[in-house]
Design a binder for this molecule. Structure first.
Ligand code: CDP
Length: 232
């Protein structure tokens, strides 16, 4: 069957990556977590004391960053490498999460990463999640989903994930971080978090992961198999 691109955008911790990962495994597609790229750039900036307000320093730093994805058999997903080093776990830590909103609002950072993301999707067969995938990265994606959930539910989910990774963060701190990032994501000039007009809306507040998966598969079947492919 003809391969398509699937764009999943939305707010933090509403289940985008878990469903995207499961969907890509089921379809035998490549799953790319675009947020991990913004997180890896943030990690590099922090480790190298890059001044977020200095465009020259930022440009020079971006030239020194090489991002790659390699498949991890056990975890059944691609993991991100920053200049040859696996940083998949490090980038999820709170000190990176605290700064990633600021870094991802920098226009030069966005343009550099969007270019790489578009290259990754050139051959299609990609499920990519993020904030601007359906609007900027793959405006021609055949299937677009926009996800949200109640902010307190998202904060509980994220706190649990952090705990599972060995980091204990107070609920209020997680909630505050989500609020701050939502605001930066929604209001930045370049690639803001916004639903594409042709995206399907999904509120996962009261949904289990299984229900989210089922809904995704339904959308895939209806939109792609029945409408697009059968018509062609
Ligand atoms: O996992 P979580 O939903 O918290 O965030 P993420 O997907 O790992 O993305 C981390 C941050 O990167 C977000 O808060 C956004 O500020 C930024 N991001 C973005 O600006 N554009 C994307 N396509 C993906 C992430």
């Amino acid at each position: 069957m003809r391969k398509i691109n699937i764009a999943i955008d939305g707010y933090s911790a509403c289940g985008k990556s878990s469903t995207a990962k499961a969907l890509s495994f089921w379809l035998q597609y490549v799953y790319i977590d675009s947020g991990s790229m913004y997180r890896a750039v943030t990690l590099f900036f922090l480790k190298n004391y890059i001044n977020f307000n200095n465009p020259k320093e930022i440009k020079e730093a971006l030239d020194k960053i090489q991002l790659d994805f390699y498949y991890h058999d056990g975890k059944r997903k691609h993991e991100i490498y920053l200049n040859g080093l696996n940083v998949e776990d490090e980038i999820r830590k709170m000190y990176v999460t605290d700064k990633v909103g600021e870094v991802s609002a920098i226009v030069d950072v966005r343009r550099a990463l969007v270019r790489q993301q578009q290259k990754l999707g050139k051959k299609r067969g990609v499920v990519m999640d993020g904030r601007d995938i359906g609007t900027v990265v793959f405006p021609d994606a055949e299937l677009k989903i926009f996800m949200t959930a109640d902010i307190e539910v998202r904060a509980h989910r994220r706190q649990k994930e952090l705990l599972e990774m060995g980091e204990m963060v107070e609920f209020e701190a997680v909630l505050e971080n989500l609020r701050k990032r939502d605001k930066i994501d929604e209001t930045r000039v370049e690639g803001p978090l916004i639903q594409a007009p042709d995206a399907h809306f999904m509120d996962t507040t009261h949904m289990t992961l299984e229900e989210q998966m089922e809904e995704m598969l339904n959308l895939y079947t209806t939109e792609i198999v029945e409408k697009a492919l059968v018509k062609n």
